[in-house]
Write a protein that binds this ligand. Structure first.
Ligand code: ATP
Ligand code: MG
Length: 426
């Protein structure tokens, strides 16, 4: 019997994992500068947490949940996204309390699970980096969050970025618009795709998001949500725009852009990439928005929130499409070559000494010839090779070679152990 990983998952092997670490490190450093702090929530949640916040009629909840009943008959689900769990934790731990800094700024990174049809770049276990800001209704927070997402990609070296924004307005504006959209779409009901027919009354905004040609044509003349924003929603959106202008952040407005999750309102945004490697295709590399009301929905106070999430798989594809390479090998400080059985202890002792001093060090464990060991040293890009043969062992000396210059000298073990730092100065 041959075992394989579950469909839609991947093993991230050494050689590949360095790219992931690079993304994570970039995010940690950048988010730290913005004073966001990391949160780690469980991989699974009570089903209700996700259903309540993401919305029962969304694809995520209605089709894509990895939910099950555990042995105690509790309905739980692997988390499909990071916002709902973070809001749940924010409320549960009363992070809105007076002892916490406001707004409360947090980020997460880790695996998410959706039962989707696996395709290129679409997995059942995928990974997201995301941020959330709770407790401020200042449009500057919207702009700062957007800016941070843009800077994340910029600091990775991604250049072909485009920011697209829209506003879904507050509850009232959205309800008025929802009706206007239903009124517009109803006469076309028979021409809509099956999915869109279903969404027409359940979640009509999602029809705007349809990838089906027949739907795309119909929504072309749909009313714009921006014409249905009430005064305060409109004023809020204008302030966001003014601040973006003030910071010279260029953007376009797409009044047909909606989000697949129910909790969004006011500002929503996507960052798109037209990296050369995508060959003309435009790919969404980050998506986010404001979700005032969600904290209250999950039992907390009426405080606003805004956040974004980006798929790490897609971020890696984007780096490749931009032609950015991330170094995946870690050069070695010292390779210790041992010749002859009797040197086994001396070489082990030496690599262990070097590692304790903070150098990376390696040796052979396969009884290979001196030539083969030197080959390994080269392959591992060792800066120095220290050779101990049986002769040397008897004399308590070793050969140390600087691989860059080819310079070699014989040094006594005592010096090796007492003064290695100066020996390894390049
Ligand atoms: P789509 O319309 O592509 O299905 P979505 O609206 O479901 O996207 P979000 O819930 O906004 O996506 O998730 C944010 C990001 O997470 C996406 O832009 C994408 O990069 C990534 N993502 C979502 N689902 C998957 C998946 N199944 N596999 C890999 N990445 C994913
Ligand atoms: Mg999806």
């Amino acid at each position: 019997m041959k075992y394989q990983k579950p469909k839609g998952t991947q093993d991230i092997l050494p050689g590949e994992v360095e790219k992931w670490q690079f993304l994570e490190k970039t995010a940690r450093e950048l988010f730290g500068r913005y004073q966001f702090h990391e949160i780690r929530t469980p991989i699974f949640e009570h089903y209700e947490v996700i259903a309540r916040s993401v919305g029962d009629t969304t694809d995520i909840v209605s089709k894509e949940m990895y939910d099950f009943y555990d042995k105690g008959d509790r309905h739980v689900t692997l988390r499909p996204e990071g916002t709902a769990p973070t809001v749940r934790a924010f409320v549960e731990h009363k992070l809105f309390g007076p002892e916490y800094q406001k707004p409360y700024k947090t980020f997460y990174m880790g695996p998410m699970f959706r039962y989707e049809r696996p395709q290129a770049g679409r997995m059942r276990q995928f990974h997201q980096i995301g941020v959330e800001v709770f407790g401020s209704d200042n449009p500057a927070v919207d702009v700062e969050t957007i800016m941070m997402a843009m800077e994340f990609y910029q600091s990775l070296g991604v250049k072909h970025l485009e920011l697209v924004i829209n506003s879904l307005g507050d509850k009232e504006s959205r309800a008025t618009y929802r009706q206007a959209l239903i009124d517009y779409l109803e006469p076309f009901e028979n021409q809509l795709s099956e999915d869109s027919k279903r969404r027409l009354h359940e979640n009509p905004l999602r029809v705007l998001d349809s990838k089906e040609e027949q739907d795309k044509e119909i929504v072309l003349n749909a009313p714009s949500i921006l014409d249905y924003l009430n005064e305060s929603s409109s004023a809020y959106f204008n302030q966001v725009r003014e601040l973006l202008d003030e910071l010279d952040i260029s953007y376009t407005i797409d009044h047909r852009m909606v989000r697949g999750l129910d909790y969004y309102n006011h500002t929503i945004f996507e960052i798109m990439s037209a990296a050369p490697g995508f060959q003309g295709a435009i790919t969404t590399v980050c998506a986010g928005g404001r979700y005032n009301g969600l904290v209250e929905e999950l039992g907390g106070p009426d405080v606003g929130g805004i956040g974004f999430a980006l798929g790490m798989e897609r971020a890696i594809i984007t780096l490749e499409a931009e032609g950015i390479t991330i170094p995946t090998s870690q050069p070695l400080d010292v390779y210790v070559v041992g010749i002859g059985d009797r040197t086994n202890g001396a070489t082990l002792k030496l690599v262990s000494h070097l590692r304790k001093l903070g150098y990376s060090a390696d040796r052979d464990y396969m009884n290979r010839s001196a030539k083969a060991q030197f080959k390994s040293a080269n392959k591992q890009q060792a800066s120095f090779v220290i050779t101990i043969g049986e002769d040397e062992l008897d004399k308590q000396v070793a050969q140390i070679k600087h691989m860059g210059t080819g310079e070699q000298q014989t040094v006594p073990f005592t010096e090796l152990y007492q003064d290695i730092n100066s020996l390894l100065k390049q």
